[in-house]
Design a binder for this molecule. Sequence first.
Ligand code: CDP
Ligand code: MG
Length: 677
Amino acid sequence: MYSTERPWKRPRPAIKTPDLPILSYREDIVKAVRQHRVVVLVGETGSGKTTQVPRFLYEENVSNRPGSISITQPRRIAAISVANRVASELGCEVGGLVGFHVRFSNCTSSETRIKYMTDGMLVRESAAGGLRSGIRGSSIVILDEAHERSIHTDVLLGLVKKALDQDDPPGLRVVVMSATIHAAPFVNFFGSKEVKLIQVPGRQHAVQVFYTPSPEPDVLEAALVAVLQLHVSRPPGDVLVFLPGQDDIDNLHRLLEEKQEMLAKERQENPDKKVAQQGDFYNGVNLWPTFQQVQNLLIRPIYSSLPFDQQELVFQQTPPGCRKIVLATNIAETSITISGIRYVIDTGLMKLKMSHPQTGVQMLRTVPTSQASALQRAGRAGREAPGEVFRLYVESEFDKLLAQTPAEILRVDMASVYMDLKALGISKIVDFPLVDRPPREALEKAAHFLCRIGALDTKDELTDLGRKLSMMPLDPLYAYCLNMSFEFDCTAEILSIIAMLSADAPIFATSKQRAQTKAFEHEDGDHLSLLSAFNQWKKHQHQKVFASQNGLNHAALEKAVTIRKQLKDVLHQAWGATQISSCGGPKNWATVRRCLLKGLFTQSARRDEVNQNSYRTFLSRQEAKLHPTSVLHRRQLPPPCVIYNELVITAKSYLRVVTEVDPAWLPELCPRFFCTS
Ligand code: CDP
Ligand code: MG
């Protein structure tokens, strides 16, 4: 179903494996997996679990089952970066002995024995039912980063438990790896008789904790000051700044660059200046030393949707005399380890996917971290030597934080998982074994939604349409929209739009670059702007120079092409589509908007009659504004009705990626929805 893509062809010389705490546990781990069907392995972040354990089990030939050792990660970038790392440690090419399989990128072959994958992909492979992939195609299943309790890891825990109970596939071994000491839920889930628990002590140095004396009104400003202050006052060592999301990372990156530019200019103008002057103080920090070392700050962002080549920069060694400032989301909390970090600046915030408690609408929300996360983040400063953590909140706030972040399955929309479980042949979802059971209403809501789009029938069985939608590596709603596109004869356009939405930031979102993307802006909305950018870049023979001159991210566009091709392959092979039709050029794009409404009707919003800058979503009655990056944001009077891609709720609520629809289309295209709600 997926093509094999090999982005890293050059063979690599083996790199030396660092001296890691896990190495002295090799025999214990191997013996435990030989003797027990389930092993729970707890070890601090950076102790070597992810990179070393699969290798031990492979080298010692632990399982006599055919198939690969499948290691799951909640995040795709962790799966890709670790597969690369392990391949280079073993001196082989990724896609050979060591490979990875994440959505839209399958870098494995018949030689692959150590297979890193996202947890979502192992669920999907298992649902597809082949004997050579999924849980059935694995000799050992390693569920890594289990402490994160991502929804797919929770589903996999249930699936492997069922597999073990039924001894199908026979001889399967399961390893659950976790970075925190709270292993009890996993041990209890499988039963303490079944499980062997191994704990690998870490080598953690002391980390001194600092809090701000008073609450910080602007967390970005506080982070900026903290970076500068630290840079001028502390001995060498790299800095890791934890920020909630990509926007904040981009903003802080820009603020730091502006400061750098300003200082460089000052230096040019005043080459002979020897001592600090009044103007060199910024929020009480004497910038004079920075003024001299301005070129020595290396700013390196890292977040999931950053293009892969830029992600790799974060791992490069810091040249002598420089200080690396890593700006990261909670991806750097446990799933990736960057060496050389001595200082951590923690905003105390993270983005969480969750359902609105009243309305059930899905959203990404910035929330305070848990105490467990705060401790993990702090720990990153003390891996190699004693370190320091600067928490940008007051000390009493720490006591108010939740001890643990609640499992994802308790927070998010269940529709996609409900459909996956149905496709996996689980007839009664309420009886499926889960470590934490989502509230009954969440399951009912998912079933209701799937009924609404016709994927489930009234007997709670997957319909033909539901089976069809579950074959598509997309959220059920987008698979539904793609299915609708056949009625509107605009499948080519919807494919491109979904591919662009799935690619990582194909249009640069920073304000500096956004000025260049004007050429692609379509006045009717962001979905059409994405389509327009994709088409024009294609028309210019996919040229890199065209992309860079027009504020487009070339690597992401190439990825969109790959994604589009793979979706198209599924359309042909699984859906049996013989023809992909197009509605013609931009003059017919109203058809595309009609199709988007018909497909994404549950994500539609109406402008507020009183406050005309504000919208209210139809389904949940949530109030939200257009995101400033939307082309519709620039209109004097925003359109009366829109469909949107994402509802972001932070301090304010925003609709992101938004397109205008005609209010008259609502009762015409979706009579049941808009006349009854
Ligand atoms: O899984 P765990 O957190 O226990 O550790 P790991 O991911 O296996 O990492 C072990 C070591 O490999 C760390 O010290 C990292 O510095 C190094 N590593 C790396 O340099 N580059 C990667 N892409 C992954 C790991
Ligand atoms: Mg790990």
